[in-house]
Design a protein around this ligand. Sequence first.
Ligand code: X2X
Length: 375
Amino acid sequence: MTLTAVHANAGPAPRHLRHCTSDHSPALSQSQTARPRAAATGRSALMAGVLGLALLSPLMASDAEARELSVSTVLSDAFPWGQAAEKWAELVEERSGGDLTLRVYPNAQLVAGDQTKEFSAMRQGLIDLAVGSTINWSPQVPELNLFSLPFLMPDHAAIDALTQGESGKQVFAAIESKGIKPLAWGENGFREVSNSSKSITSPDDLKGLKIRVVGSPLFQDTFTALGANPTQMSWADAKPALTTGAVDGQENPLSVFDVARIDQVGQSHLTLWHYMADPLIFAANQRVWKSLSEQERTLLTETAREAGAWEIAMSREGNAQRLADIEARGVNVVKLDEDAMQAFRDATQSVYESWTPKIGEALVETARAEVEASR
Ligand code: X2X
């Protein structure tokens, strides 16, 4: 889907796109070097609409001073992820006295559901801010694949060791070098694998299962190494594919399995293997960032950190209850012992060989040392 279609499908243009006088107007963005033709065309069309709207609406001028910034998320506020973005917006509203407003656009609607285009769209200025998953941004920022290396992070302490340590700094520097200003960390969570047909207790059980994945080709490699048939698709397409049986399984955090009621689309077996976790990153388009005052930047950074820390704690605390609820609905939950975990680690070693050079030898080494030190 082209970005031209994005705005056609997303309903009324976000309010920030209609402020044609604003110096951060995405329609006026020149910061991008290689932007796709379709996006440029879409933007001109949008600009024409923007001007039309502004001429027709005298009321627009009155709020030209107050700034509204768009925030993209994949999941809505029914999920911890969307709640993280809403919390950010609330804190900004409160502390800016209404001068700065964050408006959250969930369901990847600013990229017509194509979540792996979110980072590019933010870089192009079609999105001002985002709370995004490392998985969805990894096609554009190879270093983000670090968090997707199978069984690198065994527990929450390991995730924190990376995000709060030297690895996190290097990852933020990589994002910044791509033209996006990273501000803070959140968390989607440890991703557990489910399927419609059997208990997965060993790599053998995955053989031949069609598993929905998203993000970079790393996931193809992980699931292929396990003998499964991975299929890339967006979150928007995942539930229909599970419903029709086009795929047998999927992997997502407990919060997503629970809130999206993945059990209702036939996913009756869930294995807690903690094979990876996707942190969330609060971030801003560079041009938007540069257009803000020092005070506004501090405000956005501090509130992003607070919202992120709040969401991480809330989401972790909720996991035990979520698991109990999932089990109570009759889902067969498999917990793996150490030997079984080792079999999965052994089966996915090849992913380290192929992906360490792409992520960066030094970064993977740093991360391994930080995980070790957190034990
Ligand atoms: O699509 C998914 O699986 C989700 C919602 O977890 C992400 O955006 C990575």
